[in-house]
Design a protein around this ligand. Structure first.
Ligand code: CU
Length: 69
C-alpha cells in the first residue's frame, strides 16, 4: 500500500540540490515518488512499502544534506 511521508531536509539551496536529493531518495527500495519543495526544505516521499528512517537519512546524507529530526 502506498504511503507518503514528509521529511524536513536542511542545506538545499538550488535546483541541483533538489535533483541530488530526488535522485538519491528515488533509489531507495520501495520509493515510487519524491517531491521536493526547495523553499521550505519539505520533502514528500511516496513509497509502496514502509521505509526505514535510517534508509531515508542515509540517502539524504549520500546526496550531501541532512534530515532535520
Ligand atoms: Cu544546490
Amino acid at each position: 500500500m502506498a504511503s507518503t511521508m514528509t521529511y524536513q531536509v536542511n542545506g538545499m539551496t538550488c535546483g541541483h540540490c533538489v535533483a541530488s536529493v530526488t535522485e538519491e531518495l528515488s533509489a531507495v527500495p520501495g520509493v515510487t515518488a519524491v517531491q521536493v519543495d526547495l523553499a521550505s526544505g519539505r520533502v514528500d516521499v511516496t513509497a509502496d512499502a514502509p521505509l526505514e528512517m535510517s534508509a531515508v537519512v542515509a540517502a539524504v546524507e549520500e546526496a550531501g544534506y541532512e534530515v532535520a529530526r
